[in-house]
Design a protein around this ligand. Structure first.
Ligand SMILES: *Cc1c(COP(=O)(O)O)cnc(C)c1O
Length: 348
């Protein structure tokens, strides 16, 4: 694929800001180049703009070269940067497969980039022919596939994803925010073969670090270079880089949390199956469950009265009657069960 034809001309021509920390590469004792405060606070120096240590550790964990890794202020930053790199406002469009994650549309709206939607089918799988057809337009630049998908919880069929990657004429972005909860394999190694593929992952879910804002994009070195050119020079702060390194040194915590969450997911599914006002429990490869109930607004209000907040998705396309419930701790889930049993007894 000829990437240059897909990139906005002003971005191709852009000369990136060159920071003091990236111009000098050797080792030195005295740094008088960045107008920093010389007194040591632990944080008086600018952070590594390209996060070398973090990328090395992530590369080891995922078995992928650091030239395939971009690190962002959350994976939401990568979504925004990709739209600004590839989509000319008021000319180009992105394609999403609703019902899906809301940030794709918000970032496109902010950039004044149009959105074309190809809804998932009733089994929450993509309509491949229709979306490939949209990609035939030179203005159809980006296609976002979320797998496992938020809010439906299912993985997208890997054969369909492969078909899309090999045939779509723009950039395919696979958002794997929930991949650590899934039995399916990640697509990250496909970025070594396809230069039009981006895979997003995040520290916000399985790693328990939503508060530090740390996300990853995996792609061809050509796309990584574009992301680095457009990002703010110090997009990932030093505290966040340090917290990310610490988490990566404690991989066992992440694995333990994921196992507990998967165990609780099965417990919740079994509990929900016993409620007469539950009409459908959708299978989940993620740390949440989409559940269809008789009266979602009424149940939502009932749970709020019990100080339990879930996500009401009942107005979302293909999600009539649905609430999305994140998997909590065993204690939290027991509170949910008590409130849901109380609802059965009280109001149905
Ligand atoms: C939660 C979530 C993210 C995470 O975004 P961050 O900016 O990394 O916190 C990305 N994509 C999807 C689909 C999500 O649900």
């Amino acid at each position: 694929m000829n990437l240059e034809q897909l990139v906005r001309p002003n971005i191709l021509a852009l000369k990136a800001y060159s920071s003091a920390r990236s111009e000098f590469k050797g080792s030195a004792d005295v740094f008088l180049d960045a107008n920093e405060n010389p007194f040591d606070t632990g944080y008086n120096r600018y952070p590594d703009p390209l996060q070398h240590q973090l990328k090395t550790k992530i590369g080891q964990l995922k078995n992928i070269g650091t030239d395939h890794i971009f690190i962002g202020n959350g994976s939401d930053e990568a979504i925004d940067l990709l739209i600004r790199i590839f989509c000319e406002p008021k000319e180009d469009f992105i394609i999403t497969l609703p019902p899906t994650y809301g940030m794709y549309k918000v970032s496109a709206d902010i950039a004044n980039v149009a959105l074309k939607e190809v809804p998932l089918n009733a089994r929450f799988q993509p309509q491949v022919e229709a979306l490939l057809k949209l990609g035939d337009s030179p203005h159809g630049k980006l296609l976002f596939i979320c797998s496992p998908n938020n809010p439906t919880g299912n993985s997208i069929d890997k054969r369909l994803i492969e078909e899309i990657i090999s045939q779509f004429k723009g950039i395919v972005i696979i958002d794997e925010a929930y991949i650590d909860f899934s039995a399916e394999d990640s697509f990250i190694h496909h970025v070594e073969k396809y230069n039009n593929l981006v895979v997003l992952q995040t520290f916000s879910k399985a790693w328990g670090l939503a508060g530090i804002r740390l996300g990853m994009a995996f792609a061809s070195p050509a796309i990584i270079n574009l992301l680095n050119k457009v990002k703010p020079p110090y997009n990932v702060n030093q505290l966040t880089q340090q917290a990310g390194l610490k988490a990566l040194d404690n991989l066992k915590n992440q694995k333990d949390w994921v196992q507990k969450i998967l165990g609780q997911r099965a417990v919740i599914q079994q509990f929900l199956a016993g409620l007469d006002y539950v009409e459908r429990i959708y299978p989940s490869d993620a740390n949440f469950i989409l559940v269809k109930v008789k009266d979602p607004n009424d149940l939502y209000r009932h749970l709020v009265q019990h100080k339990i907040i879930v996500r009401n998705r009942s107005t979302v396309l293909l999600c009539d009657g649905c609430l999305r419930i994140s998997i909590g701790t065993a204690t939290e889930n027991e509170k949910l069960f008590a409130a849901m049993l109380d609802y059965t007894l009280g109001s149905v």
